[in-house]
Design a protein around this ligand. Sequence first.
Ligand code: HEM
Length: 372
Amino acid sequence: DETVPFYGDHQAGIVTPQQNSLVFAAFDATDTATAESLQVTLARWAAAASLLTVGKPIGPVETRAGAPPADTGEAFDLGVYRLTVTVGFGASMFDDRFGLKGKLPAALQPLGQLAVDTSIDPSISGGDLCVQACAEDPQVAFHAVRNLARIGRGTVAIRWLQQGFGRASATSTSQVTPRNLMGFKDGTDNIKAEDPGVADAQVWVGDETDQSWMTGGSYLVTRKIRMHLEAWDSDDISDQERIFARHKDSGAPLSGGTEFTKLDFHKRGDTGATAIDRRSHVRLAHPDNNGGAQILRRGYNYTDGMDNRTGTLAAGLFFMAYQKNAHTQFARIQNSLAEDGLNEYITPISSSLFAVPPGLNQIGDWYGKEMF
Ligand code: HEM
């Protein structure tokens, strides 16, 4: 089936088996936006998303002569391609401009500067709102974001936009684990849709929230992580595998077995050292090392072409992770990763946190209806 259901308790695009293409946009409200125009935009976004995700244009093709068409048109002859549209709110939206000061969830407080954050660019971080469009076809995803931006014109404007060209995670056991740009399988030990108990415990906001409008929602962290690919590509294979503690070809842990064999942190090799290095990415990120915290990773590979300043590839991972609380989950894991051997080869250049409200249940529902 090419169509992902739009209505439901949770927004689509989170535990949905991950699609191959991403277009992600963060928006800021304009100086002339009001609480009312913002609500109208969010309601029109919901209506548009409900049409786009079943493969319909957002309005009649031939409108009034002399007026621009309702839909921009570049997806007319394409299929649905499992399009999902997921909308979220940034902390900066919750201020006096829109009467939302009392509605800011504690969990949406900014994450602040983390240990590895020496090169974060604010112009590609944050934003009042976000739209994540995922599809099996890049043009279908682009069309969705472009048309939502067009609908919001005058009220919201794109602050930054990120395209992702290949999934760098698996969110379903039905999916083959893809590879990130370092050539390793990524998403082996991820939260999977087939395990709803884990999603309830780790991904969906429950009664613990101080803002009931977020119940059934989730918190999204996005981090644009530049990879130093030329340096990585000259690192020998044994060092690359030590860093991830997995075999590059099969994805199997260095402690033995096949791709999905559990990691054995106690197993020792011939030299007497543990087969899984203590500073390896998977040991530091593992729930056993983080008080049981897990995250649903849903990142994409990206490239911005060449970095003309250095003559190197400007490429890496657009990391995205969903969870109940990014302070106790993502940030905790990220802080453990401060001593990760991988850090020599990566630099995070953007960092954002968004509250993704619960799903819409019927026509007429819109994002944040219960919040305003
Ligand atoms: C696991 C790559 C950044 C959290 C993995 C694996 C790879 C990988 C290859 C092993 C396969 C798997 O289980 O998915 C990368 C690369 C990164 C990156 C290339 C940056 C460019 C991050 C960040 C976090 C993170 C920023 C969170 C703060 C995790 C977690 C696991 C994992 C939780 C699973 C560990 C386990 O329980 O076995 N990553 N990762 N990763 N990564 Fe990353």
